[in-house]
Design a protein around this ligand. Sequence first.
Ligand code: NDP
Length: 237
Amino acid sequence: MGAFEGKSVLVLGGSRGIGAAIVRRFAADGATVVFTYSGSRDAAEALAAETRGTAVETDSADRDAVIARVKDSGALDVLVVNAGIAVFGDSLEQDPDAIDRLFRINVHAPYHASVEAARQMPEGGRIIVIGSVNGDRMPVPGMAAYALSKSALQGMARGLARDFGPRGITINVVQPGPIDTDANPADGPMKDLLHGFMAIKRHGRPEEVAGMVAWLAGPEAGFVTGAMHTIDGAFGA
Ligand code: NDP
């Protein structure tokens, strides 16, 4: 029996990168996994076939679509909010619409999805949101909106932990440092700069983040809530 046999898991943003590793991990551990995607239909369908999961198109920038998706998922045992984007560049030059879209995906969707999930979650339900070490430390210019969005998740988790705790539902933020994905390739131009901040001078693997998510979703983590869990090779230390 897998650790999550019989459990119902929804991953928002599961088609690629860290989200795909989380989908694979829960599927391998026996869960029934539904995951959303927005732009990567082919990758999502291939992952669904590989994991015997279900891929559904839902744009995390669309608040009402996110709420409807979570509501339609019924009584989830685990919600993982992974979908997130970064917008790089001079804050004085950035398009305010692009910044607002970032906030809708990175902040509004996690909040509304978490609240909607908690309505139907059973006792012992788990909510895990993928933040970033940039919520704690932002050592380069051009990423203020992204850092703001990831810091906002910290306050959200602290507050919702109070709201949901009496029902045995936990909410936690996983804060990766540089992880090898399309968004931050291990051989990308930022590699040397990023590794310079780190004690373990390599990008992390998506599977390493998925392992932390699985622990937080499992029975050993029932007393862990309202907390940030950093996995970053000491990028933020
Ligand atoms: P990728 O860009 O590799 O993948 C992003 C995933 O999120 C894709 O599955 C994508 O789906 C989905 N997604 C993005 N926008 C939307 C949207 N509007 N609606 C639905 N799904 C969406 O990113 P990573 O795997 O690297 O990052 C995943 C999370 O981890 C993000 O929250 C990111 O901020 C965080 N993180 C990443 C780090 C890194 O170094 N990689 C470091 C710290 C945090 P699709 O392509 O189908 O739209």
